[in-house]
Ligand binder design. Structure first.
Ligand SMILES: *Cc1c(COP(=O)(O)O)cnc(C)c1O
Length: 410
């Protein structure tokens, strides 16, 4: 068990890539040598100062880190309770946290001598971040995207093409993110020599969940320093939205051993966590199974068929959740809740009106939970939520949901 030795929650996964009963590597024999090589190379890079020096240089000069920690004063006054801070990862280059992880994986790919990068994408944010960093390094980039998503996310498809990436529409299955990930894994097995698979969240077979977490952990590390500078102590509660769970793991991980810090993950409740499964709440509304090489909580029907789920936010509709979250849920170190589309839309508007920040629909879910709990908490209670993406990509969805006519722009 990961937390036996020094009673730490930060030592996982074990040598088999397990977080308790979750994670692991459920992959075909043909994929195994690639996974093992990746693991060996990552283990080497992890303790190599020159690897982190390269990361830090690009985080500073290309991404714009550290992102600010911002005290949301009007929002705090409006809610009338806890003090609310936002970690401003929406200010990163490409508009979200995704690039923190993409940079790490692509620097690793370059060290491994790989010249072709493949990625899966749902809403297109991870695809855009991957295409961006590939352009920066002159690497060939192929992005698998469900055919259905290609239609729904035209602006991001065009961005990827402008950046020189090839976008492959996936028609297998139902043509969504889950199917795109399957096709990317197939590509990897057939193009072993020159190809690196850059996964966009804390999912997939070991070592991906741990590696992606390590790259995103820059978020929580910065919050520790910034909150200590601002308030002289750590926050009482940290909150983040969860699709696959990478921005949340990045914020949570550096706080896992600070028992006084409460940790809350917010899943997409869609139309409500109901029997019709019109939501994407894998932990609050799913059960354990195996998908994309790891064991975790999944949205599935009685026969174990994976369900698509539903959310107003395209970036949250992954039918699984990172295995480390499944473990934190089972041992009770983190709490997981869900927020509906309607509640997220209300939070979206409040952030615009009170703080002048147009948030992505994903972190609007985290903010909606802040709105629920902050009023009943004392004024010296400090909450930090991860504002993990900006809302430019979502204005058409929001306009439609609020009944606005966008005229010729719609
Ligand atoms: C992709 C995305 C998410 C969901 O991914 P996680 O791995 O759960 O972080 C959330 N917010 C934004 C802004 C995204 O682009």
């Amino acid at each position: 068990m990961a937390n036996d030795l020094f009673n730490s929650f930060m030592t996982g996964p074990d040598e088999n890539g397990r977080f308790g009963d979750f994670g692991g590597r459920f992959v075909s024999e043909t994929l195994m040598p690639l996974i093992l090589e990746l693991e060996a190379q990552y283990e080497k890079a992890k303790t190599d100062d020159s690897f982190w020096a390269e990361m830090n240089d690009l985080w500073t000069h290309y991404v714009g880190r550290p992102s600010p920690l911002y005290f949301a004063e009007r929002l705090t006054d409006h809610l009338g309770g806890a003090k609310v801070y936002m970690k401003r990862d929406e200010l990163n280059h490409t508009g979200a946290h995704k690039i923190n992880n993409v940079l790490g994986q692509i620097i690793l790919a370059r060290r491994m001598g790989k010249s072709r990068i493949i990625a899966e994408t749902g809403a297109g944010q991870h695809g855009v971040a991957t295409a961006t960093v590939c352009a920066k390094f002159g690497l060939k980039c192929v992005v698998y995207m469900g055919a259905h998503d290609v239609e729904r996310q035209a602006p991001n498809v065009f961005r990827m093409r402008l950046l020189g990436a090839e976008v492959v529409p996936v028609t297998s299955g139902r043509g969504t993110l889950k199917d795109a990930m399957n096709d990317a894994l197939r590509d990897w097995v057939t193009n072993v020599r020159d190809t690196f698979y850059c996964i966009g969240t804390v999912a997939g077979p070991h070592p991906y969940p741990a590696m992606v977490r390590d790259f995103q952990a820059i978020i929580g590390k910065e919050v520790r320093d910034q909150m200590t500078a601002a308030e002289g102590r750590l926050p009482d509660t940290v909150i983040a939205a969860i699709g696959g769970g990478s921005n949340a793991m990045g914020l949570f991980f550096p706080f896992l051993d600070d028992k006084e810090v409460g940790i809350i993950g917010v899943e997409a409740g869609g139309k409500g966590v109901n029997a019709k499964m019109e939501h994407c709440a894998s932990l609050t509304g799913g059960r354990p199974g195996v998908l994309h090489g790891n064991r975790t909580y999944l949205l599935q029907d009685d026969d174990g068929q994976i369900l698509e789920g539903f959310s107003i936010s395209a970036g949250l509709d992954y039918p699984g959740i990172g295995p480390e979250h499944a473990w934190l849920h089972e041992i009770g170190r983190a709490k997981y809740v869900s927020i509906t589309d309607v509640e997220a839309l209300e939070a979206f508007q409040l952030s615009c009106e009170l703080e002048g920040i147009i948030p992505a629909l994903e972190p609007s879910h985290a903010l909606a939970h802040v709105m629920k709990i902050a009023p009943d908490l004392p004024k010296d209670h400090i909450i930090c939520m991860n504002m993990c993406g900006r809302g430019d990509k979502d204005i058409f969805t929001v306009a439609k949901a609020l009944g606005f006519e966008m005229g010729e722009f719609a």
